[in-house]
Design a protein around this ligand. Structure first.
Ligand SMILES: *Cc1c(COP(=O)(O)O)cnc(C)c1O
Length: 396
């Protein structure tokens, strides 16, 4: 048997990071990379941020973990602070994005169960969405690479075209529990929902008593230039899944809900051994300390604008490789004419620049939110050098 010690489900590349310094990653052999991937939108304060490191070190020495059977002053304090900054009234803490999605699915189903519509079990999700890898979350996608060989999946999901409001409206029936949607699709290729689409879903939910669930695992937590991306649309969901940036690299997620939406989630209906333990809460608090400082989101918007302008210039200058730049704040993408995975590898291996491939032929650009203009300048320089030196034939 020659199976790898790490179950070989990832196509791991040759870069083996062992240290991080701000917006840079340093590999085992000493190479230094500009990190515009951020662990896929996770390291929002970059690597080794002193405030986050100190908070985790201190909490580790004080109290790392206790069971959720005990009172949690740490959890209550972080929950109250988080809820002050968003639509929700209550939160369940998880260790990952997909667990936040699972909790959101369960919260929506339980809502209908306890409000006299137990048949409303079906969630409508959308094409190219990514909600994580549990059986529940892969049931909410239509992507064969995630589903094949894992059937039977969970019943009660339907996948429609993203941004097609008419289709969503037509699909609602007596079994519909609600909608599950990313306001800005991440893995799907940095595709923002249209205003009309999100507002339409909100209206349908209000008219029919359904649950609107936002997956802001990737686009949330300041990445789009506001704390949550949906703020830019001027509406709120009933339930929302958050993770990635919330712990800045510490495994943490959250399922947030209004009191109304969470009415089915009573004693005994859900749980997690690690979820929201004191160490995770300390990491979450440290992240909030930094991102809630005056001017933090303004900085994200400002850096996002500069990046957007420069990306648009490059797209114009290299039309044979670049079709379009899109996104908001510091969740950006360039649609390319070549295999995005090959081009991401080219930037990584030849120009010491880390980006992430996505669906729809897009290269994702997800820098730490604390980047400065000099990092953008270095990024653009490396990207342009990569565009100049790229020959698809050589990569293939
Ligand atoms: C990453 C991601 C998830 C899954 O998060 P995990 O922490 O990997 O479980 C869910 N939804 C979206 C939009 C994501 O980007």
């Amino acid at each position: 048997m020659a199976i790898a010690p790490l179950m070989p489900v990832y196509p791991r590349c040759a870069v083996r990071p062992v240290r991080g310094e701000g917006c840079y990653l340093i590999s085992e052999n000493g190479d230094r990379y500009l990190d515009f991937a951020s662990g896929i939108a996770v390291n929002i304060l970059g690597h080794g941020h002193p405030h986050l490191v100190k908070a985790i070190q201190e909490q580790t020495a004080t109290l790392m973990h206790v069971s959720n059977l005990y009172g949690s002053p740490q959890g209550e304090a972080f929950a109250k602070r988080l809820l002050k900054h968003c639509f929700a009234d209550t939160v369940f803490f998880t260790n990952s994005g997909v667990e936040a999605i699972e909790c959101a699915i369960k919260t929506a189903r339980r809502f209908h169960y306890v409000t006299g519509n137990p048949q409303r079990t079906k969630l409508i999700a959308f094409s190219n969405a990514f909600h994580g890898r549990t059986l529940g979350a892969i049931s909410a996608t239509n992507q064969p690479k995630m589903r094949d060989g894992f059937e039977p999946l969970l019943p009660g999901f339907e996948v429609l075209n993203f941004n097609d409001l008419a289709a969503a409206e037509a699909a609602v029936d007596d079994h519909t529990a609600g909608f599950l949607v990313e306001p800005i699709q991440g893995e799907g290729g940095i595709r923002p929902a249209t205003d009309e689409f999100l507002h339409g879903l909100r209206r349908i939910c209000d008219e029919k008593g359904l649950m609107l669930i936002f997956d802001e695992v990737q686009c949330g937590y300041g990445r789009s230039g506001t704390f949550f991306a949906h703020e830019q649309y001027g509406l709120t969901p009933d339930i929302m899944a958050v993770a990635k940036g919330i712990g800045g690299g510490f495994p943490l997620g959250a399922c947030l809900a209004t009191e109304y939406a969470a009415q089915g989630m009573v004693f005994g209906t859900h749980g997690s051994t690690y979820g929201g333990n004191p160490l995770a809460m300390a990491a979450g608090q440290a992240i909030l300390d930094v991102i809630m400082e005056d001017g933090f989101f303004d900085h994200v918007i400002k850096m996002g604008k500069i990046l957007e302008e420069k990306l648009n210039e490059l797209v114009k200058k290299y039309p044979e490789l670049c079709l379009e730049a899109r996104g908001r704040g510091l969740i950006r993408g360039i649609k390319v004419t070549v295999q995005p995975r090959d081009f991401v590898a080219h930037l990584r291996d030849n120009h010491a620049l880390l980006t992430v491939a996505a669906a729809d032929n897009v290269i994702r650009i997800l820098p730490p939110l604390v980047i400065e203009e000099k990092h953008i300048a270095e990024f653009i320089e490396k990207l342009e050098a990569g565009l100049k030196s790229y020959s698809p034939a050589a990569a293939a």
